[in-house]
Design a protein around this ligand. Structure first.
Ligand SMILES: Cc1cc2nc3c(=O)[nH]c(=O)nc-3n(C[C@H](O)[C@H](O)[C@H](O)COP(=O)(O)O)c2cc1C
Length: 175
């Protein structure tokens, strides 16, 4: 069974990003082993911190996964600091990190009309810099995401019709 780790870019309990993660993991069903990382558990990046169990667990989660699915909001035209902090922790050693060659699928979310497409572009740029294997497909964005949440899940059939075939194709292509 393929193992996916979802990495949300938001910590808030009513997050549209998290609501999207939960909806996607349910739609993927029992054929895929899905776990959700907790970037909020990590300390601020500091190269002097050598033995953080949270950092070790996060890096192990990435290493042991077959692929990563990022679902992130856009903050000030880029990715949230909490997501960048998590990525920075798992980015060492440079060019040999757990991200090297790791298949990555990116979804962005926003309360506005552009669906966080600028954050998505920044995230893909960062992932490319770590030699991650970023899945190529038309940008998958969720505009006006906060209006599309019901019972803690994203509720947007048009989005699922567009995104699920691509996410399934990503899973199928995992080595
Ligand atoms: C600090 C901050 C900066 C934001 N900057 C942007 C932005 O640049 N572009 C945008 O579309 N939305 C922006 N938003 C709105 C977020 O897209 C919206 O709050 C979204 O719901 C956050 O994701 P979440 O629901 O997963 O927490 C910003 C929100 C915050 C809190």
């Amino acid at each position: 069974m393929k193992k996916l780790v979802f990495i949300p870019g938001s910590l808030r309990s009513a997050s549209a990003s998290l609501a999207t993660v939960w909806a996607l993991t349910e739609l993927l069903g029992e054929d895929v082993d899905c776990a959700v990382a907790e970037p909020g558990c990590l300390p601020h990046y500091n190269a002097d911190v050598l033995n953080s169990p949270e950092v070790e667990a996060f890096c192990d989660q990435i290493t042991s996964s077959d692929g990563l699915v990022f679902v992130t909001p856009e903050y000030n035209y880029s990715i949230p600091g909490v997501l960048k902090n998590a990525i920075d922790w798992a980015s060492r050693p440079a060019l040999q990190s757990p991200f090297k060659g790791k298949p990555c699928f990116v979804i962005s979310v926003s309360g506005g009309a552009l669906g966080g497409v600028r954050a998505q572009s920044h995230l893909k740029y960062v992932l490319n810099g770590m030699l991650a294997d970023v899945y190529t497909c038309p940008e998958i964005v969720i505009p006006n995401a906060n209006q599309k949440i019901a019972n803690g899940r994203l509720s947007d059939d048009a989005f699922f019709s567009f995104a699920m075939p691509k996410l399934r194709a990503f899973v199928e292509a995992l080595p």
